[in-house]
Design a protein around this ligand. Structure first.
Ligand SMILES: [Zn+2]
Ligand SMILES: [Zn+2]
Length: 91
């Protein structure tokens, strides 16, 4: 991991869970979740913050799967990534 990536991950981690923010549940401690582009390989920059439940829990992205997650919350990983980048002023 490069220094720039480490800094980016730190900033994303400090924003808290991107889904909790979207659901207006406030700022919660988060873990870094890597988003895999469809058919593509893992890119180091494509990460969002998700709290333990929304990450690895039964109601989380890994528990529900990408489609289940989208159906349940009405938002997908790419949109959460967009929100994260907007908050950071990357785009
Ligand atoms: Zn959450
Ligand atoms: Zn993950």
């Amino acid at each position: 991991m490069t220094k720039a990536e480490k800094e980016l991950y730190g900033k994303i981690a400090r924003l808290g869970c991107s889904l909790c923010r979207y659901l207006k549940l406030g700022e919660t401690e988060c873990e870094i979740h890597h988003i895999r582009r469809f058919g593509g390989k893992r890119s180091n920059a494509e990460v969002i913050g998700l709290c333990p439940e929304h990450h690895r829990g039964n109601s989380g992205v890994h528990g529900l799967g990408r489609k289940g997650f989208e159906a349940r919350y009405g938002i997908d990983e790419q949109t959460l990534l967009l929100h994260t980048h907007q908050l950071l002023g990357i785009i």
